[in-house]
Each structure stands twice: as structure tokens, then as C-alpha cells.
Design a protein around this ligand. Structure first.
Ligand code: FES
Length: 157
């Protein structure tokens, strides 16, 4: 078994929750766990998971290309994800993105040279009522104004 080998005991425990013959439904939780472990999902992880679950590699690639929260390459310590969907756009998401780009010196999809920040844009984060929304790693920051944003960035080491 390839690099996912050390996670197999955890995957096996997940399997016990499923009816027999439904192993492929573990794909998403396994990918999330691999990402937690490595920080991203490497090609070798895909090969290992395909072998473990007995699914075609293309099935894993399809899942990876659909879910923006699953990453194929390393990112910075702080992942700043700006929602650019309708509600957030109407309430200042473009400004938020521009401000972050200027302050960090990077554009969407880029990581600062010191590896601290990666900036991304995402579709609706499901918090439209408190737009604009910025997600930092797993935490939502809502109703952001200039002062809030600057204070937030200053707190991230
Ligand atoms: S549009 Fe941004 S959270 Fe829904």
C-alpha cells in the first residue's frame, strides 16, 4: 500500500459504520483525513487510496476537482478564502480581495514567499446573511470591515 498506509486503521474504523459493499462512499472522509495529515493530497495519496478502496483513479480525481476545499498542493500556514458569490460581492468581497492582495503582495491562488498566507477565492460559504465572509483555515470571519480585516491579519503569525 502506498503513502496512505499509516491511515488505514482509521479508514477501517470508518468502514465499520457502513453497510458491506459501500466502501467507495468513504472516498470523501478519507480524502479529508489525508489532507489533515499531509496538508494537501499528493498524487501518491490518490494512487494509494484508489488501491485501498478499489475505485478507479479518475473517480478520485473527479471528487478532487469538484470540492474546492480539497487541495492538490501545499498551502501557507493561513489559508485565506474570500467568498466571491453574489451576497458577498454585493457587500464588498471585491474590496476585501483587493485589500488582501495589496497587503500580502499575492493574488488569488498564490502563497507568500514566507509560507504564511495563501489567498484563494471560493464560491458561497453558506453564510450569506453575514456577508462579506472570509474563511481563515476552518474559521469564518463575517461582516468584515477594513479595521476588522487589518486587525485579523495582524493577529495571524
Ligand atoms: S455569498 Fe458569500 S457566503 Fe454566500
Amino acid at each position: 500500500m502506498r503513502p496512505v498506509k499509516h491511515l488505514i486503521p482509521e479508514f477501517e474504523r470508518l468502514k465499520t459504520r457502513l453497510p458491506p459493499g459501500h466502501d467507495a462512499t468513504l472516498l470523501l472522509p478519507c480524502l479529508r483525513r489525508i489532507q489533515e495529515d499531509r496538508g494537501y493530497i499528493d498524487n501518491s495519496d490518490i494512487d494509494g487510496l484508489a488501491e485501498y478502496l478499489g475505485v478507479p483513479r479518475i473517480q478520485i480525481e473527479e471528487v478532487l476537482s469538484f470540492y474546492s476545499m480539497l487541495r492538490r498542493r501545499p498551502i501557507g500556514r493561513w489559508h485565506l478564502q474570500v467568498c466571491r458569490n453574489v451576497s458577498c460581492s454585493m457587500r464588498g468581497a471585491e474590496w476585501l480581495l483587493e485589500h488582501l492582495s495589496e497587503r500580502l503582495g499575492i493574488g488569488p491562488g498564490e502563497t507568500t514567499a514566507d509560507g504564511r498566507f495563501t489567498l484563494s477565492t471560493v464560491e458561497c460559504l453558506g453564510a450569506c446573511g453575514t456577508a462579506p465572509v472570509l474563511m481563515v483555515n476552518e474559521v469564518y470571519h463575517e461582516n468584515l470591515g477594513t479595521a476588522d480585516l487589518d486587525a485579523l491579519i495582524a493577529r495571524l503569525d
